[in-house]
Design a protein around this ligand. Structure first.
Ligand SMILES: C[S@@+](CC[C@H](N)C(=O)[O-])C[C@H]1O[C@@H](n2cnc3c(N)ncnc32)[C@H](O)[C@@H]1O
Length: 190
């Protein structure tokens, strides 16, 4: 995972479950002073996204194939955390059946691992259209006492990874269909 970006010193944003990466392409093209990294478990989507990055010669965008839960505990990815400023979980799979809950991306162990690796001031953004899933993710993140919630109205997006509030594909669909979007922003305090 070395040399993912032209300038590895830029602030880094990580999008977990990035699907085809359209959201990150939109962000990377506008905000050239940020690096963007997407992790996606569907290999075909990652292969296509990587080819697109190469074709378009985009230097601040990188995609990794795999299960986010495993990848972040990988020894090789430790250096990612050096410049990592924020992580987004946009519309992760709801896994409606109870026996599938253990497949959810946000798990207590995963949040605790992130908490150990993230620098003070790092941010986690979550969005979903499923209220129960939102409640579960919100509870799991706040159950780790290193994270505190920031009210959206008090948050200054202009200096974030997404100053123009670019929407993900799922978010566009949800908004067009007049469904609710539940979202939370959390900061690592200690
Ligand atoms: C409903 S889609 C949302 C895609 C995109 N974030 C959006 O908002 O349009 C959820 C994505 O997360 C991916 N995903 C689910 N579990 C994952 C995991 N453990 N690691 C990486 N990606 C995962 C799925 O393959 C899928 O592409």
């Amino acid at each position: 995972m070395i040399n993912m970006f032209n300038d590895s010193k830029l602030n880094l944003h990580l999008d977990i479950g990035c699907a085809s990466g359209d959201f990150l392409f939109d962000l990377a093209l506008i905000n050239t002073h940020w690096n963007y990294l997407g992790i996606e478990i569907r290999e075909r989507l990652v292969k296509t996204a990587k080819l697109k990055v190469k074709d378009r010669k985009i230097k601040n965008l990188y995609f990794v194939f795999g299960n986010a839960n495993n990848i972040l505990s990988d020894e090789q990815s430790k250096f990612v955390f050096e410049n990592l400023k924020s992580i987004s979980f946009n519309f992760p799979d709801p896994w409606f059946k109870k026996r599938h809950y253990k497949r959810r991306v946000i798990q207590q162990d995963f949040i605790n691992e992130l908490s150990n690796s993230l620098q003070k001031g790092s941010l986690i953004f979550i969005k979903t259209d499923v209220k129960d899933l939102f409640d579960y993710m919100d509870y799991t993140i706040l159950n780790n006492l290193n994270f505190k919630k920031i009210e959206k109205k008090d948050f200054n997006f202009s200096e974030s990874f997404n100053p123009n509030k670019v929407q993900t594909n799922r978010e566009k669909y949800v908004i067009i269909n007049k469904l609710d979007v539940f979202e939370g922003i959390y900061i690592k305090n200690d």
